[in-house]
Design a protein around this ligand. Structure first.
Ligand code: TYD
Ligand code: MG
Length: 463
């Protein structure tokens, strides 16, 4: 293969490349960030980045285009991670030539997840686990604790030999290793520990992290490999640190925890799948494991009548239906302005539903502070929660409890109409399966539910 050496100017802030030096990066607008970089590119059409797409024309030669039909579809280029909950969030496995950022607070389980994925990944290729955070001995201890060396992924060779561990954050060491190990899967724990003298004198800066991450991302784009980059995120640091990596990678996963044991893995960005799916795990003695029956997970089982302010909603989280308890509380406003306190459902949505109730039912809420919670601490973004939310607020304000055994789904429009929701039948089936005997939902779409012969009393609300 022809090798050619040339220079490009690469922005150390966003990774944008220019053939000549410019004072200001045209991509991100930063000043004095273009740095001369020598590149050794691979020539020839159809190779590496040329067909792989996102790597760009790093050979420095004449750019080429290809007829769409001549390009190999990248089907079959996903690696099964061996962890179904992770595959679900990724959109069906780890896409080769992709970079995945895994963010979360310290202690949430990022290193555990990646080590488990390294062990379970269904690939015959080698896996390079790079840690600037822990020593090789600590990683081995964790692997033993998780029992990873005893298990072996399907169709793979000896696991202990397939996973290579390297404890360094120095970019030059890592790139040299990549060339000798030629891994198909690379775990970097964490992006914050990466450094190189080329990206300025001060290690640990955002610039260092971006520069080094960009180099590794470029490597996987050109070598049919996939990269996981861990990023520690604290509530304060979310903007300045790893957030700046988000546009460089293909997929961004965030790991979060509720008050209980469950940990949720969500995609904030995914070039190769939907961002609706969530992975639900619990952390136990043997690391992270999937939760078997998630539809039950957020349900509060109560004996007898419900208290006022509580409604059960059937909501969709990706391909799953979850039953969640919405809790509302209204109290006379403490200040001149009434306020909404809601972490789990977007407060703008809560305000909108409250305004619709006030306008169309004459329910006075504008002099009330409004507190809304979802039991079990899961965040709900789905629009189908609105009717249940409205019912919970109504019940809280009037003191009238909803009947036990009732599940609600529906969108509430500003005009006070109940709008149809996706997969109404699936929601009703899940509710019935969990012993609920009443369901309130939109009339539209009800035809699809006619064949559900059950003891469920279906109440469809005409708009
Ligand atoms: P870790 O994966 O190190 O979190 P992160 O890399 O995000 O900082 O581990 C998270 C926590 O999980 C840690 O406090 C120890 C605990 N843990 C278990 O409870 N069980 C286990 O099997 C393992 C490996 C860790
Ligand atoms: Mg860690």
């Amino acid at each position: 293969m022809k090798k050619q050496k040339s220079f490009i100017y690469r922005c150390s802030a966003c990774g944008h490349e220019e053939p000549k030096w410019l004072g200001r990066c045209p991509e991100c607008g930063e000043w004095n960030t273009l740095i001369e970089t020598a590149v050794t590119g691979r020539g020839g059409p159809g190779q590496g980045a040329s067909h792989g797409g996102a790597g760009g024309n790093r050979s420095g030669g004449i750019p080429q285009s290809f007829p769409l039909s001549s390009i190999d579809p990248e089907e079959g280029s996903r690696i099964n991670s061996g962890i179904p909950e992770l595959d679900r969030v990724l959109g069906g496995g780890i896409m080769k030539r992709s970079a995945i950022l895994v963010g979360g607070e310290p202690g949430i389980g990022k290193s555990t997840l990646l080590l488990q994925a390294a062990a379970a990944a269904e690939t015959k290729g080698r896996i390079l686990y790079i840690s600037g955070e822990e020593s090789a001995g600590q990683i081995r201890m964790r692997a033993d604790r998780l029992g990873l060396l005893e298990k072996s992924a399907k169709g793979s060779g000896s696991l202990g030999e397939r996973i290579e561990i390297c404890c360094s954050g120095r970019l030059e060491d890592i790139t040299a290793l990549l060339e000798s190990v030629k891994p198909v899967l690379i775990m970097v724990d964490s992006a914050q520990t990466l450094f190189t003298a080329e990206a300025g004198m001060v290690p640990g800066t955002v610039n260092q992290m971006k520069y080094c991450s960009f180099e590794l991302i470029s490597w996987v784009k050109e070598h049919d490999a996939a990269l996981f980059l861990v990023a520690h995120v604290t509530k304060e640091g979310i903007i300045s640190g790893p957030k700046t990596l988000e546009h460089m990678v293909d997929t961004v996963l965030y790991f979060e925890q509720n008050e209980g044991d469950s940990r949720f893995l969500r995609a904030a960005k995914n070039r190769f799948g939907s961002v609706d799916e969530i992975g639900i795990f619990t952390m136990g003695e043997k690391g992270l494991s999937a939760v078997e029956d998630t539809s039950l997970l957020f349900l509060v089982r109560r004996e007898g009548d419900l208290p006022a302010g509580v409604a059960t909603a059937a909501v969709l989280e990706g391909s799953r239906t979850l039953l969640v308890e919405i809790q509302a509380l209204t109290v006379p406003a403490k200040g001149a302005m009434s306020r909404v306190f809601s972490d789990r459902i977007d407060s703008a949505r809560v305000s909108r539903v409250a305004a619709a109730l006030e306008k169309h039912l004459g329910l006075r809420l504008s002099d009330q502070d409004l507190y809304v919670n979802v039991a079990g601490g899961i965040r709900i973004n789905e629009v189908g929660v609105e009717l249940a939310l409205g019912c919970a607020i109504y019940s809280a304000r009037t003191g009238l409890p909803l009947p036990a055994g009732l599940v609600i789904a529906g969108e509430l429009s500003l005009t006070g109409e109940i709008r149809p929701v996706r997969r109404l039948a699936g929601r009703i089936k899940t509710a019935r399966g969990l012993g609920f005997d009443r369901f309130i939902g939109p009339e539209e779409g009800a035809e699809a539910v006619k064949d559900i012969k059950s003891a469920v009393r279906l109440i469809f609300v005409a708009k």
